[in-house]
Ligand binder design. Structure first.
Ligand code: PRP
Ligand code: URA
Length: 227
């Protein structure tokens, strides 16, 4: 993984843009699978499987600094003190609906985790985020909250979701996506400098309709086959 927090010119090599603060998980397995997902002729079934697989790989990285607790266990040979994750301290929040694609993989990795949902869609004209659902664990303020959505484009959705979660009491948050646009990363950094971003790649730019270029298209449509 490499961390961008030093200045560089965005259009040429976004991986070195100093104006963005984001962690890029550039493991070869993730980059390979992301390429398969970007291909326009990748089937819904394969795309869905790849989102789940990449979510698990990204989940490995984003949970790297989770606290461990020691527990006394019996191996077949003797008693030992062995580390376990403090599972109750974590919460995933999926931004509906595409966030659920990532969530599926993350829940396979951590089956006991608590889960919240924020329903948001982008108004196609204004690109503003419109909320239609909100349900999160009541004790979210006591948990590390990992907000997930495959796409960070204008960042209107992610900023609105994190705003809402902060109002709802969430404190310690990270944001995980598959793909980000430089414009969105900068906007998110400005709105929520306390929330660390993780992604598999930062692409070149947004088009006039707020889609990421070169991107992978509409993540929700590709996961659920709605177009
Ligand atoms: C997509 C994506 C993000 C949002 C990103 O959702 O899953 O939530 O767009 O764009 P932004 O950074 O410009 O806000 P969409 O609104 O298409 O809804 P869906 O998940 O229900 O398809
Ligand atoms: N939402 C998507 O699903 N894809 C984009 O490229 C931008 C926003």
């Amino acid at each position: 993984m490499h961390r961008i927090n030093y200045p560089r010119a965005p259009d040429k090599d976004t991986s070195k843009d100093r104006s963005m603060k984001i962690n890029i998980v550039d493991h070869p397995l993730i980059q390979h699978k992301l390429t398969l997902m970007r291909r326009k002729d990748t089937s819904v079934r394969t795309f869905r499987e790849l989102v789940t697989e990449v979510a698990m790989l990204l989940g490995y990285e984003i949970t790297r600094d989770l606290d461990l607790t020691m527990e006394t266990i019996e191996t077949p040979l003797e008693t030992m003190e062995s580390p376990l994750i403090e599972g109750k301290k974590l919460c995933f929040v999926s931004i509906l609906r595409a966030g659920n694609g990532l969530l599926d993989g993350l829940m396979r990795l951590m089956p006991s985790v608590r889960v919240g949902h924020v329903g948001l869609y982008r108004d196609p004209e204004s690109l503003a985020a419109v909320e239609y659902y909100y349900k999160v664990p009541t004790d979210i303020g006591e948990r590390l909250t990992i907000v997930v959505d495959p796409m960070l484009a204008t960042a209107n959705s992610s900023i609105a979701a994190v705003d809402r979660l902060k109002q709802g009491g969430a404190g310690n948050m990270k944001f995980l996506c598959l793909l980000a646009a430089p414009e969105g990363v900068r906007a998110f950094n400005q709105a929520h400098p306390d929330v660390e971003l993780y992604t598999a790649a930062v692409d070149r730019q947004l088009n006039d309709h707020g889609y990421i270029l070169p991107g992978l298209g509409d993540a929700g449509d590709r996961i659920y086959g709605t177009k």
